[in-house]
Structure formats: C-alpha cells, structure tokens
Design a protein around this ligand. Sequence first.
Ligand code: SF4
Ligand code: SF4
Length: 260
Amino acid sequence: MKSITPDQIINVSGKRITGNEKFHFQCHEKLACFNKCCRNLNLFLYPYDIIRLKQNLNISSDVFLDTYVDIILRPDNFFPDVLLKMTETDEKTCPFLTEKGCSVYLDRPDTCRTFPIEKGMLFNDNINNHTIISLFRPPDFCLGRHEHKSLTLNKWAEDQKAFTHNKMTEKWSLIKYLFYNDPWGSEGAYGPKGKMAFMAAYNIDKFRNFIFKSTFLKRYKVKTSMLKKAGKDDTVLLGIGFSWIKFFIFNIKSKNITIR
Ligand code: SF4
Ligand code: SF4
C-alpha cells in the first residue's frame, strides 16, 4: 500500500473507486491471460504476508526471508521494503506460479489478493488524517476487466478473503509512514535498532524467541490478553511487534505495551 500526499494524487493512475460504486471484473482460468500477471513483478510483501506464506510453505520466517525475498531501502523512506524475488528465468515468473495457477493461493499476498485494485493511503497533513483510496487499474493484457461480473470494493474483498490482509497492511502502512522521517541518526536503517525493528515486523519466529526467551518481558509489560495468545498466534504476536516498534523507535505509547 503506497503512501500518497495530496500533491501526488493527480499523478496516480487508475480509476478511483469509492463506497458502493460498481466495477466489472472476473478472473478465471479460461481467460487467455491466465497467469500472465504473475511474472516480472515488483511485488511488495507486507509483514502479515510473510506470516501467511511461511505458514503455507511450512518453513520458518528466517528461511522464508533467506529464500524468497529481496530487501531494499528506497531513497524516500527509512525502513527497508521487502519484495518477492522472481525466478531467474527469461519470464521472471513468481516462484509460486505453476501451470495450474498460484501454488500458495489460499495464503497469497495482499497485493495479489486485491489486484486489480490497488490501495493507497492518502495522508493530508499527519498520520491521524488519512484515507484509504482504491484504484481500479488492471494492466492492458488483463482480460478480466471485460467480464461482466459486477462488484463493489466490499464484495471484492469478501470474494478474495482479503479483510484481514487489508487490515494488517493498513496498520503496517501507518507505521511505515512514520519512517518518512529518519529515526536512526548515524547508525542508519541497518544498525542495531533498525535490525530489531525489522525483526519485529518481518521475522516473526525470531521475534517470538526475542519476546519469550530474552529479558524482554522483564523490561516490558505486554497486555495480558495479547500475551496469552501470542505464543500460538502469529497475528497477535505481530500486533505486539507493531506496538513495540512504535514505542521502541518513536516513543508512541499504547495500551498494548508499556515499560516496567
Ligand atoms: S491478467 Fe487479470 S484476468 Fe488474467 S489471470 Fe491475471 S488477474 Fe486474472
Ligand atoms: S503469489 Fe500467487 S498470485 Fe501472487 S504473483 Fe505469485 S503466483 Fe501470482
């Protein structure tokens, strides 16, 4: 989900869809474009995407990061972005693409789920003044846009079981917005604090060990109901991670986590 400022909105392409406005789209394997969209992508992965994908593949978040992603630091933001590494074939296909389609379909990333809608977060002047915008923008080769199925944003999210992904990406985008200002100083985004924050967002298995097997709980008090679930529920654990990043890096307090 991109962060957009009011002066950028004019340059954002695609048809903006709001509320119960209708659009037409359907994707199915009989279309000549089937699977064409799963190649040569800059596919950004968000923290909740990693949880679902590593669970689907039955591997640790560490192995997932080592095997499937590129990590980049874009010039306009001070927190690294994580992109799914395409295969090194001529077509640069997604590593999860098979002839039958997506092999991780039930746990596919938020961007794939929501496509051909792209979401953006429009910030007016501060983090508390934002709106989610939705843009319908299938590429030219995508034939699904000529199908007759009538949808609204809500119906599309329901069809794609995208509500949890969308909600978690939205929470992450609000944190990512904070990183448009440099919180690191001379140690930079890959310094010790940066590595800890990256772990809390993207390496959930390491973060679990950090919480339960270090002195973390002697130093921080975590909301009891969250802590009880966090050992077994990666999504709750990620919620603690998000709150901790805000507190640890930006001193933003919440009821989820306080210092002892
Ligand atoms: S290009 Fe569009 S219609 Fe074709 S498979 Fe991809 S999303 Fe579906
Ligand atoms: S994860 Fe699945 S839907 Fe997304 S690009 Fe890869 S194959 Fe396509």
